[in-house]
Design a protein around this ligand. Structure first.
Ligand code: BGC
Length: 377
């Protein structure tokens, strides 16, 4: 049908007109598939990206871990500037409010932002951001956290299931028969929290089933709140008469407040505690022996991929060189993605990983830590 119409059109219109129609048809296909193929096309679904020099960077909060402020924001800004000289970047922080984030996105679009890099506060409700942007032909790149919308253009992240697996593998490798495990997950409204939990359960469930380990407590933690995590850990300890040997905790920030709950029972250093992010507080807690491991996610790799992808969209070159994997949304669209590898970090390899990359500073993590610890302090 389309082919025939194309042939007839060829006879009646100039080549230029036909080419324009073909691009339009491709763009329409792209929109219905949730396929971002036309992002760099100039007249397609995300036509605004071509030649773009104004990027909106939407960050989620400054309370659930220091990474968003001290790592992601400056590194993403630097990477985009490196690849698009003269670019304007507006960075806005939603302080954990999905409504604020939508308002910030709308404001940015009004001000002419032509690419939005978004760390969604809420993976589901951020679909409204994608739809607003699409109405202006602006692509949204979901940064670190997936947005559940079939018109999402790209998704750049770490391998989040692998994060959960790495945390659980540490537990698998460092438990005694019959150990009691409490599990403190992240926020259910963050798709990543679901993926971390999925990865952790993949490894731990067989051990729970066989009786090798005993799960005594599990909670998701709204907004990744450290305060709530502390209350959860305290509740788990009360409920079990302090009989917990392993505390699975989804990130360093919540691990830190969980450790406070363990300290109150003089159990810190005796319970295996997991984390994620290799943030200052987490690395410090590993060096003191209160936390057992963290999952190091080299943010420079993610920010660099983001800079390159934004630049490709702006230049109209192939974005799929960077986003060369696929992630399915709940609505079953395949979003071009990059899922970067993560690293298990413990006292044994902090020197060669987190410190080798200058991810944290010795002077920030070594206070109160005996000299010589981990070969870094
Ligand atoms: C990120 C983690 C972070 C958590 C809380 C997740 O989406 O992947 O690195 O610790 O959010 O901010």
């Amino acid at each position: 049908m389309h082919y025939l119409r194309g042939r007839m059109a060829l006879q009646r219109f100039s080549l230029v007109m036909v080419a324009a129609m073909a691009v339009g048809m491709l763009a329409a296909c792209g929109a219905s598939n949730g396929n971002a193929g036309s992002a760099g096309g100039g007249t397609g679904t995300f036509a605004a990206a071509k030649g773009c020099k104004h990027v909106g960077l939407l960050l989620p909060d400054s309370a659930t871990g220091s990474r968003w402020i001290i790592q992601d924001q400056p590194q993403v800004e630097a990477a985009i500037k490196k690849y698009i000289p003269g670019v304007t970047i507006d960075s806005l922080n939603a302080q954990n409010s999905a409504d604020t984030q939508l308002t910030q996105a709308t404001t940015e679009l009004t001000k002419g932002a032509c690419i939005l890099v978004t760390v969604a506060v809420d993976s589901t409700s951020a679909a409204a951001i994608v739809q607003k942007a699409k109405a202006s032909k602006v692509p949204v790149i979901a940064y670190d956290r997936l947005i559940q919308d079939n018109d999402l253009a790209y998704y750049l992240t770490f391998d989040n299931v692998a994060v959960g697996r790495a945390q659980a593998q540490y537990i698998k490798d460092h438990h005694k028969m019959g150990d009691a495990v409490s599990m403190i997950n992240g926020s259910m409204t963050d798709n990543n929290a679901l993926l971390f939990s999925q990865g952790a359960h993949e490894v731990l469930d067989p051990l729970f089933m066989s009786g090798e380990l005993k799960k005594v407590y599990e909670q998701f933690t709204p907004m990744w709140s450290g305060e709530t995590a502390q209350t959860e850990m305290a509740a788990a300890l009360t409920q079990t008469n302090n009989n917990i040997q392993i505390a699975y905790v989804a990130n360093d920030s919540m691990a830190n407040t969980s450790i406070a709950a363990l300290k109150a029972q003089k159990l810190n250093g005796k319970v295996v505690v997991t984390g994620q992010d290799a943030e200052t507080v987490g690395v410090h807690n590993i060096l003191t022996g209160d936390q057992s491991m963290t999952v190091y996610k080299p943010i420079k790799n993610l920010s660099d991929a983001t800079g390159k992808l934004v630049a490709a969209l702006s230049a109209g070159t192939d974005p799929l060189v960077i986003a060369n994997q696929k992630t399915a949304t709940m609505g079953k669209a395949n979003i071009p993605s990059a899922l970067l590898p993560v690293v298990t970090a413990t006292k044994e390899n902090l020197k060669d990983t987190v410190f080798a990359d200058n991810f944290v500073k010795k002077e920030d993590v070594c206070q109160g830590v005996p000299a010589g610890t981990a070969g870094v302090c």
